[in-house]
Design a protein around this ligand. Structure first.
Ligand code: PGA
Length: 252
């Protein structure tokens, strides 16, 4: 099962947090299978979280990887290292990495290749700014981000794309579900037509997803799931959102 609902914990967490989150999650999740779920904790806690999650096959991933495999690159973490800890995916090119850490599409492309070389599924994040959205440049900007990021990575064996409008992240604002659906349709078209060798598994939406808006998003044909920040920090809320998606998947 491909990744459909992913928690991005960003710069939050502790060993105690892992335990509390798991308690809240496992006492509220009603599905039989965990394989569509992923958690991206701070890399330092991957191993501990793995132990806390135990035998449940929730996928664990990182929020970032370096563009190199090894070398004199103080502070960095490679795809092979997260693979060694049992990770199966990594978020790549999140807008916070693009803005705060100056990640370009060229750098992101190298990270995608690193992930693929280590059998780690990349979740490539793309999204337009508020100004680009207001100027109706959304499709153009996303197309360019995708084409540049996949330029030298046109044979990725697996890929998940997360559409995350920069202005929707952590703001409580979202585009309406129909708008998101048409963006996702465009993303699928671009990847299929320009990069036919890439195995695109799912297109997730991210940006202020919560328990209240989850159903209206997941009901859309081309919204395969979500990448969730703030609302994923509460194990109970994440489980209730997972239940909504799980019910829809069971009906399909
Ligand atoms: P948010 O973050 O759910 O808190 O808006 C989403 C993300 O940044 O991936």
């Amino acid at each position: 099962m491909s990744l459909r609902l992913v928690a991005n914990w960003k710069l939050n967490g502790s060993r105690e947090f892992n335990h509390e989150w798991a308690l809240g999650f496992f006492s509220n999740f009603k599905g039989n299978s965990f394989t569509f779920l992923g958690i991206a904790p701070a890399s330092l806690y991957i191993d501990h979280l793995r132990g806390v999650i135990g035998d449940h096959d929730i996928k664990i991933g990182s929020q970032n990887i370096d563009l190199m495999e090894t070398g004199a690159r103080t502070g960095e973490i490679s795809a092979s290292m997260i693979k060694d800890l049992g990770c199966t995916f990594s978020i790549i090119g999140h807008s916070e990495r693009r803005i705060l850490f100056q990640e370009t599409n060229e750098i992101i492309c190298k990270k995608l290749i690193q992930a693929d070389n280590n059998s780690v599924t990349p979740i490539l994040c793309v999204g337009e700014s508020a100004e680009e959205n207001q100027s109706n440049f959304t499709f153009k900007v996303l197309e360019q981000q995708i084409i540049e990021a996949l330029d030298d990575a046109d044979e990725l064996s697996s890929l998940v794309i997360a559409y995350e409008p920069v202005w929707a992240i952590g703001s409580g604002k979202t585009p309406n579900p129909e708008e998101i659906n048409s963006v996702h349709e465009m993303i699928k078209d671009v990847v299929q037509s320009r990069f036919p060798k890439i195995g695109l598994e799912s297109v997730l939406y991210g940006g202020s997803v919560n328990l209240k808006n989850a159903l209206s998003l997941f009901e859309q044909k081309n919204i395969d799931g979500a990448l969730i920040g703030g609302a994923s920090l509460d194990g109970r809320e994440f489980a209730l959102i997972a239940n909504i998606l799980n019910e829809l998947m069971v009906q399909q």
